[in-house]
Structure formats: structure tokens, C-alpha cells
Design a protein around this ligand. Structure first.
Ligand code: GDP
Ligand code: IMO
Ligand code: MG
Length: 423
């Protein structure tokens, strides 16, 4: 059969978890392809809320298989905590959660190195989640990493010691003041390795090839967002993996010819957590209002997310890079009650106006140009039919579709599964 992709088009936290969970019933397999526990994907149904970091967002559907692909980096300590938290949900992890042998492991000194590296950067810090993501992908591409499958082979412990010592030297060289208790971290780490080894650890690419030969539909779940992509994001203020469509082929081992739909997901406004340029950031009361109404606090770190207007320049760039075939617009309900809503349609830089993404987004000389819209005041959280949407919201939707040249197929009007309108 085929693989559909679901990807964040902004700086992450678009609502990927909610939509994967909402559309999961149309698939047989949900597969995460990159990132690690820097991700926090929130799923709400009934009166419960779950935040997933490593586990794919299809896990609450009994008939589905969930795959953690080779492109993901796994922290066994966080993985164990995540599983134990879900235990009351009566999930058959042994049969429903498969882990790639080729996924790389985050070891304790990766996290310490992340912290030391951030501290050494001072005000230029990336604003990392400090989950060890950058150092782990560095060791993967540097050909020093340890994979989940290595745990079943001879010799991985000496590789671990070599890697740990390399990290300790690097941390020492950075010469920053950080405190950590490696013994304690290692004790937890080794216990968590015993835990993870009991799961189904497989050649997930082969499992996916076989599934594609049969009648299985796969949904590949992205983490982070296109503007955090290591190649196409706002470098260096990015994460360390390819969050864009091609990352799904690498991170799962599925061929590009098997990709069918690419579902791009974005908020009706923009948020960013961590440092880095954000041209359409709002610095006044409206920004504070969006933050409050949208509960814009990180699902992984609890940090306040910066809020801004929708940015069609970066969104169009993300649509092009990913080959987005349909869109999902999230958190439309948060915009209710804002009398004038803006959309950034171009950037002005040195007296020149452009609607293409520039090489650098240095906001001291780059200014967003906006188109203004009349807002809507109605509470839309209980609407279940497109025809009932306020006229001004419909105008907002058509303007975005016209500019991006891609249809919006999902409007999300609240965090719960049922607060989703399919167009
Ligand atoms: P993800 O990382 O892309 O999965 O997104 P997060 O879970 O980090 O952040 C999205 C937040 O918005 C979560 O708290 C969701 O419960 C919430 N959410 C998702 N869709 C909507 C929506 O349409 N309206 C509102 N108000 N909240 C939403
Ligand atoms: P989900 O999947 C939002 C951001 C961090 C930081 C930068 C690098 O929930 O959308 P890293 O920990 O990767 O070294 O951090 O990327 N970041 C995210 N922002 N949502 C995420 O994931 C993120 N994962 C990383 O805040 O700016
Ligand atoms: Mg998130």
C-alpha cells in the first residue's frame, strides 16, 4: 500500500499528537521517524490528557501497530518513565509497540554535554530542551553512536565507556560551571536498558517493507517542525534531525515512491519555544492573550512559547520543501475575540520586499509586512460543521489556501479528538 506523512510546518507544537490520534483509525501502522524526547505530543480524549515524547501517537488505538523508527533517538530513562505512566491505560506494548534495532541511544553524558554546550554559548544558546538530542545525532553521524540493537551484541559496553570518556573530556574542555551526578544517572540508565530490552526490538525497515506489500496503510509521524529542520530551518537555531518529508524516508527506510499524502499541520498563528529569529513575533498584549488562551507552554520543558501572527513566507517555504498535499489548521478557536488579525505575507529587508525565505532571518534588518483581517468573536469550540464557521474565519481560511495553493482539509477548534472539523 502506501505511506502518508504528517509533519509540522512551523517551529513545532502545531498539534501533531492530536491529529495523529484523531486520524489514526484510517491506518494500520503509525511510525515516528526522527527526533527524540525533545518532542512532546499531547493527546486529549475523555477527561484525560497524555503527553508522549518517544512513543508514537497511535498508541491509544487498540488495533494499531506503533513503530519507533531508526531515525529516532531514544533515551531509555525517559522511555521507561513514559511506559510506566501509560501502564494504567492497559496497552499491549509487547505486540503493539515495535522499536527499530537501528535507533540510536541517548546516554547520560549526551545530556550533560548538551547542557555544557548550551552554557558555553552564553546568550547565543539554542534554547535546547537539554535532552541530549544534538550530541546523540553528532555521534550518529560521527559513527560513534550506540544503537538499540547493539545492546544484544558483544562489545557495546567498551564502546559505551569510550563514548562516555570522550564526552567527559569535551565537557571538561568547555570549562563551564555545571553540576551533575553521573553515578546516579548511570544507575538509572542501566536499569532502563534492562527494561527496554524486553520490548519488541526489530529490523523495522523490513517490517515496514512487508507491511507495504500487504494491505497496510502507514502514517509517518513527524516531530518538531520544518523551521527546526537541520538543513532548511533557521540554522543554527534548529534541532539536529531532518524534520521535513525526506526525513521520513531516511528515518523509516521507506522509499520515496511509496509516499502518498503529505499532511502539513500549522497553527492559525505561530509559536516558537527556545531562541532564534521569529519575524512575526507579537510583543504586545495580543501576544500575551494568545499565549494565555492557547495555553502556550512547552509540553516537554514547561517553558513559555513565544507567540506571533501566522507567517505565510515561512509556511509557503515549508509547503514547497515538504510537497504538502493537504493542510490541517490548528487552534483556530484561540483566535476568537481578536478584533483585527494579521497575516505576514512578505518580509522587507534593506528596502527590498520578498515573499521567499531569505538565507538569514536577522530580525534587526528584516521586517514583516502584514495583511490585516477582521476577526470573529464567536466561541467556535462546539461547532462540528464547516457551514457554521464564522464568515470572517472562512475568509481567513480561503486567503491562506489561495496563497499556499494547497487545500485545508482539517480545522481544529479545541484540543479534544471530537473538536475536529473535516472539510
Ligand atoms: P505537538 O508537539 O505538535 O503534538 O503539539 P503539542 O502537544 O506540543 O502542543 C499543542 C497543544 O495544543 C496541546 O496542548 C494540545 O492539547 C493543544 N491543541 C491541539 N489542537 C488544539 C486546538 O485546535 N485548539 C486548542 N485550544 N488547543 C489545541
Ligand atoms: P514537538 O515534536 C517545539 C526546539 C527547542 C530548541 C531547538 C533545539 O513537540 O513539536 P533540541 O532539544 O532539539 O536541541 O532543541 O528546537 N524544539 C522544539 N520546539 N516543539 C518541539 O517538538 C521541539 N523539539 C525541539 O526548543 O529551540
Ligand atoms: Mg510539542
Amino acid at each position: 500500500m502506501f505511506v502518508d506523512l504528517l509533519l509540522g510546518l512551523q517551529w513545532g507544537d502545531e498539534g501533531k499528537g492530536k491529529i495523529v490520534d484523531a486520524i489514526a483509525k484510517d491506518y494500520s501502522i503509525i511510525a515516528r521517524f526522527q527526533g527524540g524526547p525533545n518532542a512532546g505530543h499531547t493527546i486529549k480524549f475523555g477527561n484525560k490528557s497524555h503527553v508522549l515524547h518517544t512513543i508514537p501517537s497511535g498508541i491509544f488505538h487498540k488495533n494499531l501497530i506503533n513503530v519507533i523508527g531508526n531515525g529516532v533517538v531514544i533515551d531509555p530513562i525517559i522511555f521507561k518513565q513514559e511506559i510506566l505512566k501509560l501502564n494504567e491505560s492497559d496497552i499491549d506494548f509487547k505486540n503493539k509497540l515495535l522499536i527499530s534495532k537501528k535507533a540510536h541511544l541517548i546516554i547520560p553524558t549526551h545530556c550533560i554535554l548538551d547542557q555544557a554546550s548550551e552554557k558555553s554559548k552564553g546568550i547565543k544558546k539554542i534554547g535546547s530542551t537539554l535532552k541530549g538530542i544534538g550530541p546523540t545525532y553528532m555521534d550518529k553521524t560521527g559513527r560513534n553512536g550506540i544503537r538499540v540493537g547493539d545492546l544484544f551484541e558483544e562489545g557495546w559496553k567498551s564502546q559505551y565507556i569510550k563514548l562516555k570518556n570522550k564526552h567527559l573530556n569535551m565537557i571538561n574542555n568547555l570549562n563551564v560551571d555545571i553540576s551533575f551526578s553521573l553515578d546516579e544517572m548511570e544507575e538509572k540508565f542501566f536499569k532502563s536498558l534492562d527494561f527496554i530490552k524486553k520490548f519488541s526490538i526489530i529490523d523495522s525497515e523490513n517490517f515496514l517493507f512487508d507491511s507495504l506489500k500487504g494491505e497496510k496503510k502507514i502514517l509517518a509521524e513527524g516531530a518538531q517542525g520544518s523551521m527546526l529542520d537541520i538543513d532548511f530551518g533557521t540554522y543554527p537555531y534548529v534541532t539536529s534531525s531532518n524534520t521535513t518529508a525526506a526525513g521520513a524516508c531516511n528515518g523509516l527506510g521507506v522509499p520515496p515512491t511509496k509516499i502518498n499524502k503529505v499532511i502539513g499541520i500549522f497553527k492559525a498563528y505561530t509559536t516558537r519555544v527556545g531562541s532564534g529569529p521569529f519575524p512575526s513575533e507579537i510583543h504586545d498584549e495580543i501576544g500575551k492573550k494568545i499565549s494565555k488562551v492557547g495555553h502556550e507552554f512547552g509540553a516537554t520543558t514547561g517553558r513559555a512559547r513565544r507567540c506571533g501572527w501566522l507567517d505565510l513566507v515561512s509556511l509557503k517555504y515549508a509547503v514547497d520543501i515538504n510537497g504538502v498535499s493537504e493542510l490541517a489548521m490548528m487552534k483556530s478557536d484561540v483566535m476568537s475575540g481578536i478584533s483585527k488579525i494579521k497575516i505576514c505575507t512578505s518580509y522587507k529587508q534593506f528596502n527590498e520586499e520578498t515573499s521567499r525565505m531569505p538565507f538569514s532571518l536577522n530580525t534587526s534588518c528584516l521586517h514583516p509586512a502584514y495583511t490585516e483581517f477582521d476577526g470573529w468573536s464567536e466561541d467556535i469550540t462546539n461547532i462540528r460543521n464547516e457551514s457554521q464557521l464564522p464568515t470572517n474565519l472562512k475568509k481567513y481560511i480561503s486567503f491562506i489556501e489561495k496563497n499556499l495553493e494547497v487545500p485545508i482539509k482539517i480545522i481544529s477548534i479545541g484540543p479534544r479528538r471530537d473538536q475536529t472539523i473535516y472539510l
